[in-house]
Design a protein around this ligand. Structure first.
Ligand SMILES: [Zn+2]
Length: 377
């Protein structure tokens, strides 16, 4: 019998774990990095190229897709997988975070969030029930509960009240998802822990989520400007508050050194726009730290972006050519740089999976930090 959702942990090393999430549309090797396909596309990349970099799963954004082209339209066209030609698992966020960060004229109540589209000013309502419906219409494999993500620097009573509401929304998300018929039998639902940087609030949140019961658990409310030190301090306790046998997903993270530090603290899944956005802005990630290809020192540099990277960009094109493309704002520059960055992130995840399997993650992390911070552009 095929599996709707299973998580097998193959090896542990300290708090780090490596395993496989099994779903109907394919396996996801963990620790996993999910490239972000905001508007049904990982910007500047064909889906087949995204797969070739080693990505097992991508992320789609509910907020963007509900506004354009619309969830009902995507459903009519056969669902998001068919629409964008990605056959493997897709995780969709709930729309909550982006409504708060992108839309105009928001009105937040217990029922949900009323807002105006940043595209055409049209009025919309997003509730836990509607978010579950949209993610079902898109045909998402991993559905995220609808939550509110307050800024980490808000007063504690505000963070607590917001977390409590998100937990009530998590219950409504669970009920809405379970009412989804066939889709609920083929997909998975993740809850999202809130509570900002506060250990006690995080614990309450984790207990409430565990009581409701989810396939996996996300750590939300981090990477919102608190800085790496505060994020790591929170990750020193947050993952252990969540069920040990379920995947833990740190939302919206991060830089390569964030990923290594978070895996070291027990996180299994990540998503971030950074590798694709940076690629479009001329920044390449390498084992020796980020490179800014706008820099004149690359104008006659015949080396690849990274000696150890096996991507097509590194196998074919020089830093000098990429420097020229980036300086000339050529579309190919964005394409080649994005491909490298996504491939580099997947290479990093594979290296972490191997190090955990071999029981040498601490040494791997020390080597990584030495090389990555050794030479800054
Ligand atoms: Zn490369």
């Amino acid at each position: 019998m095929s599996t709707r959702f299973a998580f097998d942990i193959h090896a542990r090393d300290g708090k780090a774990r490596t395993g496989t999430i099994r779903m109907l549309r394919g396996d996801i090797r963990t620790p996993a990095f999910m490239p972000v396909g905001t508007a049904a596309t990982v910007k500047a990349m064909k889906p087949e190229t995204v797969r070739k970099t080693g990505a097992d799963i991508i992320l789609g954004n509910t907020y963007h897709l509900m506004l354009r082209p619309g969830a009902e339209r995507v459903a009519k066209l056969g669902g998001l997988h068919q629409f964008m030609n990605w056959k493997r698992p897709i995780l969709t966020d709930s729309g909550g975070y982006q409504v708060m960060s992108l839309s105009d004229l928001r009105k937040l109540t217990e029922k949900g969030v009323e807002f105006r589209s940043h595209i055409d000013g049209s009025k919309h309502m997003l509730t836990p029930e509607r978010s579950m419906e949209i993610q079902r219409l898109l045909g998402s494999d991993i559905v995220m509960a609808f939550d509110e993500c307050p800024r980490a620097d808000r007063p504690r009573d505000e963070i607590a009240a917001s977390m409590e509401m998100s937990m009530r929304w998590a219950r409504r998300s669970r009920d809405g998802f379970d009412a989804g018929g066939e889709h609920a039998e083929r997909s998975a639902l993740f809850g999202i822990q809130q509570g900002a940087l506060d250990e006690d609030l995080r614990k309450i949140s984790a207990e409430k989520l565990t009581e409701i019961g989810f396939d996996g658990y996300a750590i939300g409310g981090l990477a919102v400007g608190e800085g790496q030190e505060a994020m790591f301090a929170t990750l020193d306790f947050a993952p252990a508050q969540l069920p040990e046998d379920r995947p833990r997903y740190l939302m919206g993270v991060g830089k390569p050194d964030d990923l290594v530090g978070a895996v070291e603290r027990g996180v299994d899944m990540f998503d971030c726009v950074l590798p694709s956005r940076s690629g479009r802005n001329g920044q390449a990630f390498t084992w020796n730290g980020p490179l800014n290809l706008r820099n004149a020192r690359f104008a006659e540099d015949q080396a690849p972006l990274d000696e150890r990277c096996k991507c097509d960009t590194c196998g074919t094109y020089s830093r000098a050519y990429l420097h020229h493309l980036v300086k000339s704002q050529e579309i190919l520059g964005a394409m080649l740089m994005t491909e490298h960055n996504i491939a580099f992130y997947q290479l990093l995840m594979q290296a972490m999976r191997d190090a955990i399997t071999e029981g040498c993650f601490a040494a791997f992390a020390a080597d990584f930090r030495r090389d990555y911070h050794g030479s800054r552009d």
